[in-house]
Design a protein around this ligand. Structure first.
Ligand code: GLU
Length: 488
């Protein structure tokens, strides 16, 4: 069936060069959201023309991560579709057809300059502080010269012929019309000497042939946009509408988002225990401003609430505290069972093993409110898994002497011992012990502080009843005994 005109089709076009950058996730997300909002299609195209930078397995890993994120495609290398192949290295004959057409029409030319000549030229330009640019030596070669060189087996690249004067006006959906002086444009390479196209060429051909209606891509591509635009013109094609995504800046220092491992790759954030929902929510607000001040957005809500009008061109700031905030929010939405299974890998990595699934759920739920990321779980729950060691002095509350603290502890232990296993749960413990304290006119701190420390060994921790509830009767009493045995 021939594709309908004016269809909405957006694509994510990653290069399989390794991990998925947060900025790329955002480009993919915005493309996906626009496609879904407008009732269109979302396509995955793998741009693997830079084979030197290609990393084995990167495509599979990209597909896996995007699936985890909830971004589903309508077409792609893993799904097929009527516009395939969706991997550029499988489309070389297509690019050849179109570069031949440009050569025939005199809109591109073969360049035979050697690598040494180009290097020298670039060094000279750098020395003169000029922008590096091909000097167009081969632009005016005569037909016979070209034929002779080809016959002699000389290698060549194909370059785009840029206008020598005038201006090129391009339109960006976020920035309006942008004018570029044509003289600043380099006759850049479209096809390399091995016959493989550059990004700049393959991308234009594919966006056209795949009938892409809108492009969401990084603002880094804006300077080469006029060259792409001229190619569309050369072929007589209407370009898609371009949306260059605003820069993402580091919070500290305000520079471009750093490339350091651990800071920019989605895989690293997932490994650290950031939830996909949090990363999606966070990325959606990097350059999109909802009409209301709603901060929490699920992917589902975004697929109807997101709009191009809410996007801005000014840089977005990558604020990890914000990401932690979203992550904490989504962690708190999990029920005990979900949280336990999310935390389990981090605990076993730390060598912490719960006695039963029920115990695991109790332990992790105790940390739920304080978890910023799942990988914090081991640190936050370690004291539950391992009997605490601490300085006896820590048992003292305000002016209480150690002897008094220990005496109070023995007292409260005797009281706790009266509670049987069936009743041993946070609420019941709290109700009973607080009533007992009140009846005796004791001060809460004089009893609850030593109790809490004996159970946790920590200066700061969840409250004593929550901890005792999670530990269970036997373990709690054991810890209490250990504490007052310290001095006996
Ligand atoms: N392959 C390019 C990249 O990974 C795609 C840019 C675009 O979306 O056009 O940056």
């Amino acid at each position: 069936m021939p594709p309908l005109k004016n269809k909405i089709r957006l694509r994510f076009a990653p290069s399989p060069t390794g991990f998925l950058h947060i900025g790329s996730l955002r480009s993919a997300l915005f493309g996906y959201l626009l496609a879904k909002n407008w009732g269109g299609e979302f396509i995955l195209r793998v741009e693997d023309t830079d084979q030197k930078r290609e990393v084995a397995g990167a495509t599979d890993s990209l597909i896996r991560i995007l699936k985890i994120m909830g971004l589903e495609f309508d077409e792609g290398p893993h799904l097929g579709g009527q516009y395939g192949p969706y991997i550029q290295s499988e489309r070389l004959d297509i690019y050849k057809r179109y570069s031949d057409r440009l050569l025939e029409e005199g809109r591109a030319y073969r360049c035979f300059c050697s690598a040494e000549r180009l290097t020298k030229m670039r060094e000279a330009q750098e020395a003169e502080k000029k922008a590096p640019r091909y000097d167009r030596l081969c632009r005016n070669l005569k037909e016979e010269e070209i034929e002779a060189k080809i016959k002699a087996g000389e290698q060549f690249v194909i370059r785009q012929k840029m206008p020598l004067s005038g201006e090129v006006t391009v339109r960006d959906e976020l920035r309006g019309d942008i004018r570029f002086p044509a003289a600043d444009l380099d006759d850049h390479v479209l096809i390399k000497s091995n016959g493989i196209p550059t990004y700049q060429f393959a991308n234009v051909i594919d966006d056209h042939l795949m009938e892409i209606s809108h492009v969401t891509r990084a603002v880094e591509w804006l300077p080469s946009y006029p060259k792409n635009f001229l190619l569309y013109q050369d072929f007589g094609w209407t370009p898609p509408k371009f949306i260059h995504m605003p820069l993402i800046l580091n919070k500290e220092g305000g520079g471009k988002l750093s490339k350091r491992r651990g800071d920019v790759f989605v895989e690293d954030y997932l490994d650290k225990g950031y939830l996909p929902e949090a990363l999606i929510n966070f990325c959606a607000l990097l350059g999109w401003h909802p009409k209301s001040d709603q901060e929490i957005w699920s992917l589902k809500e975004l697929t109807s609430g997101f709009s191009l009008e809410g996007m801005g061109a000014s840089p977005a700031v990558f604020d990890v505290d914000k990401l932690d905030y979203y992550n904490g929010y989504y962690i708190r939405q999990k029920n005990n069972k979900e949280l336990a299974s999310l935390c389990a890998p981090y605990l076993s990595e730390a060598g912490l093993k719960a006695a039963s699934p029920e115990q695991l759920e109790k332990f992790v739920s105790l940390a739920q409110d304080r978890l910023k990321k799942l990988s914090d779980i081991a640190e936050l729950t370690n004291f539950l898994f391992t009997p605490p060691t601490y300085e006896p002095e820590l048992l003292r509350w305000k002016t209480l002497s150690l002897e008094e603290a220990l005496a109070n502890l023995k007292n409260i232990r005797d009281e706790l011992e009266k509670i049987n296993s069936e009743d041993w749960a946070t609420e019941y413990l709290e109700k009973t012990i607080l009533a007992w304290i009140k009846n005796h006119d004791y001060k809460n701190g004089d009893y609850l502080w030593p109790l809490r420390v004996s159970l946790t060994g920590l200066k700061n921790s969840p409250g004593p009843f929550e901890v005792a509830g999670a530990l269970g009767r036997e373990e709690s009493l054991k810890r209490l005994n250990n504490a007052y045995k310290l001095r006996i």
